[in-house]
Write a protein that binds this ligand. Structure first.
Ligand code: MG
Ligand code: MG
Ligand code: MG
Length: 309
């Protein structure tokens, strides 16, 4: 019976490349295994598309119904993140780096979960332990997944083991410059061409109540601020329209993931209050805030202090 290896729904790069990688390991060990994915109608995300093309990896088959199948799960173990009727499938293995989910089995299985930054890191160890050489293109996918999941080592989830795995895998994959690979992926992920300014503003946007004042904050994670240079005026026009709906302030965080800071665009009834919140000075409605990456941990608390919440 074929083992269908599948990552979580709405898959990221790790879910897709880990399905490919674990299926290849099972095959090398004499099992009949096939990589799958659950993208649905949305298809692969732009980042993963770039990765598969770059390393010449075939796109895994779509799996929609798990009933009666043998499944190996990668990058998740929650029923809710699996294909339909996962409860009627036989789960034969799990390889993951998240909290343990609610999948149960009737027989003992291979269950491998480690608190590292990426499933690709766990799989790299499993190949070593099995004494199986990782195919060059598969190593490329695993490498890309680790860079993506750890945000090029900048995420607090990144461990020394993830860095060690990258050092291993770049040699196998023939990648000399992992920063360049990461940038290539980030550019695909953050592409803005052809997207209406209002959609960009609302791509990752939340409204907050600050002492009775409505404050909207959007964020775009970018490889470089230059990516939005051509649409900057349109973005500000979109912000003006949203502010006119009755908001005290509308902020847009243009976050440069590489420079690790944010160009904060501000439209406000009280610009001096926002300047004070971040000890900055607005010029042409924006100011650069070094080290600002997180709306939740940095932007919102500073604003709440300034508004006296
Ligand atoms: Mg994932
Ligand atoms: Mg992952
Ligand atoms: Mg991820």
């Amino acid at each position: 019976m074929t083992v269908h290896v599948v990552g979580h729904s709405n898959p990221d790069t790790d879910s897709v490349t880990s399905a490919i990688s674990f299926a290849a390991l099972l095959q090398a060990q004499g099992q009949d295994a096939q990589p799958c994915m659950q993208c649905g109608a949305d298809g692969l995300n732009p980042e993963t598309k770039v990765v598969l093309e770059r390393f010449g990896l075939p796109t895994p088959a779509e799996i929609s119904d798990a009933a009666g199948k043998q499944l190996a799960l990668v990058d998740f173990s929650d029923l809710a993140q699996g294909p339909a009727n996962l409860g009627e499938a036989e789960v034969v293995a799990v390889v993951d780096h998240h909290k343990i989910g609610d999948v149960t089995t009737n027989s003992p299985i291979l269950f491998r979960a480690e608190p590292v930054g990426c499933t690709g890191t766990v799989l790299n160890k499993m190949y070593k332990e099995a004494g199986v050489a990782i195919p060059q293109n598969v190593a490329g996918g695993m490498l890309a997944a680790i860079l993506s999941d750890t945000v090029n080592f900048k995420s607090p989830t990144c461990t020394a083991e993830d860095k060690a795995a990258v050092a291993d895998l770049k040699g196998v994959a023939g990648v000399t410059d992992t920063d360049e690979l990461f940038m290539d992926m980030l550019k695909a992920k953050s592409a803005v061409a052809g997207v209406p300014a209002k959609d960009l503003l609302f791509r990752d946007y939340k409204d907050f109540d600050m002492k009775g004042n409505k404050v909207g904050i959007g964020q775009l994670e970018l490889a470089t601020i230059d990516q939005v240079a051509d649409v900057r005026a349109d973005l500000i026009a979109a912000m003006e329209a949203v502010k006119a709906e009755g908001r005290h302030s509308v902020l847009l965080m243009l976050t440069d993931v590489v420079k690790e800071g944010t160009d904060l665009v501000v439209l406000s009834d009280d610009p001096a209050l926002i300047e004070g919140a971040f000890s900055g000075k607005l010029e042409n409605s924006s100011m650069w805030i070094d080290g600002m990456m997180s709306r939740k941990k940095q932007t919102v608390p500073n604003l709440q202090n300034a508004f006296g919440c």
